[in-house]
Design a protein. Structure first.
Length: 123
């Protein structure tokens, strides 16, 4: 029994791993910054360039939309004018018929005089 007490005391007192001599502490490293000053300047410059280019793209798109709107308005005006021209040309054909001109001349008291008629050769 005395042997067991001795073994248990020594077992508890003994370290489970061999002790190593204490190692000298290394000086604490100074944490370096994530970005240096030059990298920050380049990053800010890149952001400015990207922002300016984005604004230029938005401005160009706005100009394109405005021009497209103007073009569509002009096309509508052209369509309206061409319809008016077609209607007026039909009206001119209706009003310039020979029978209508003859009736209008008789209403105004004009008479056909064969001596005043000159024949012009056709083209």
């Amino acid at each position: 029994m005395a042997l067991r007490n001795y073994q248990s005391e020594t077992y508890i007192a003994r370290p489970s791993f061999p002790e190593q001599p204490p190692q000298p502490k290394k000086p604490a490293k100074i944490k370096s910054k994530i970005l240096s000053k030059g990298e920050k300047v380049l990053f800010v410059g890149l952001l400015i360039v990207v922002t300016v280019l984005s604004l230029m793209i938005v401005q160009t798109q706005t100009d394109v939309r405005a021009t497209t709107k103007e073009i569509s308005l002009l096309e509508q005006q052209i369509d309206t004018t061409s319809k008016e021209n077609t209607d007026l040309s039909i009206q001119v054909r209706e009003l310039s018929t020979y029978d209508r001109i003859w009736k209008k001349a008789e209403e105004l008291g004009l008479k056909l005089n064969e001596q005043n008629v000159k024949v012009v050769p056709g083209q």
